[in-house]
Write a protein that binds this ligand. Structure first.
Ligand code: ZN
Length: 240
């Protein structure tokens, strides 16, 4: 049994609530698939905690934006403002850590591929939104399961050997002849209309999307104190 976490975005309150939930479930194998920072108020604290708790850590587009590996001209104005703010407060040590995180990892032992955006050109940060994107991406990894984040919207896509795609929102059985792309959703800034933190738990038989409430107001207060954009402060309460 293991868990996949994505898109913490410097939201320590949300990350701590999820780690407590994992502790309650006695799950200690944790894979983090990118965007430790950006948008939120506590980048250093989140990177440190992820390094303590996770077996694997990937980079996301915001992580690489902060450490200079992805051009920040690519981001919208709010994301860019938060990246500039993060660059001003993050420690040198954590900048080096962000630079060392990869955009994709294949774990043969678990038969899984982990990517922040997509297994197709993982360093170009594509979004997997349509079924045509899913069809393309199922050709870009060899393992049974592939985990992604980046859209902040959880979804489980099953590909039957016939080629048929079946989509589930919160859970799915893992069948012997199917392959899966699983979006774990976002810990720190969900965008599917549910503001609770989202992550995925997997055992031999099933995958489940877990939602965890956290102290949203506490994060909003820290964001306001940091002077982060009001739009970003309001959106975490709406889950949009
Ligand atoms: Zn993200």
């Amino acid at each position: 049994m293991y868990a996949v976490l994505s898109d913490v975005h410097s939201n320590l309150e949300a990350l701590k609530s999820v780690l407590q939930d994992l502790k309650n479930r006695h799950i200690c194998d944790i894979y983090f698939i990118g965007d430790a920072v950006g948008y939120g108020p506590e980048p250093d604290e989140c990177i440190k905690l992820l390094q303590t708790e996770c077996n694997i850590i990937l980079a996301g587009n915001h992580d690489w934006g902060v450490c200079g590996l992805t051009d920040i001209g690519y981001f919208n104005e709010y994301a860019r403002a938060a990246i500039e703010w993060t660059k001003g407060v993050i420690s040198i040590e954590n900048l080096d850590a962000l630079r060392s995180f990869p955009a994709l990892v294949e774990n043969k032992a678990e038969n899984i591929t982990l990517a922040h955006s997509t297994p197709f050109e993982p360093e170009k940060w594509h979004y997997l939104l349509k079924s045509a994107d899913a069809v393309l991406n199922f050709q870009c990894f060899d393992t049974k399961l592939c985990f992604i984040g980046h859209t902040h919207r959880p979804v489980i896509i099953e590909r039957h050997p016939s080629g048929e795609l079946i989509t589930n929102k919160d859970n799915a059985g893992i069948r012997g002849d199917s392959r899966y792309i699983i979006n774990a959703g976002s810990i720190g800034q969900p965008r599917d209309g549910d503001p609770r933190a989202s992550y995925a738990v997997i055992d031999d038989e099933k995958v489940e999307i877990i939602r965890v409430p956290y102290n949203i107001e506490a994060t909003q207060k820290k964001m306001a104190l940091a002077g982060l954009p009001l739009f970003l402060i309001e959106r975490i309460a709406q889950g949009m």
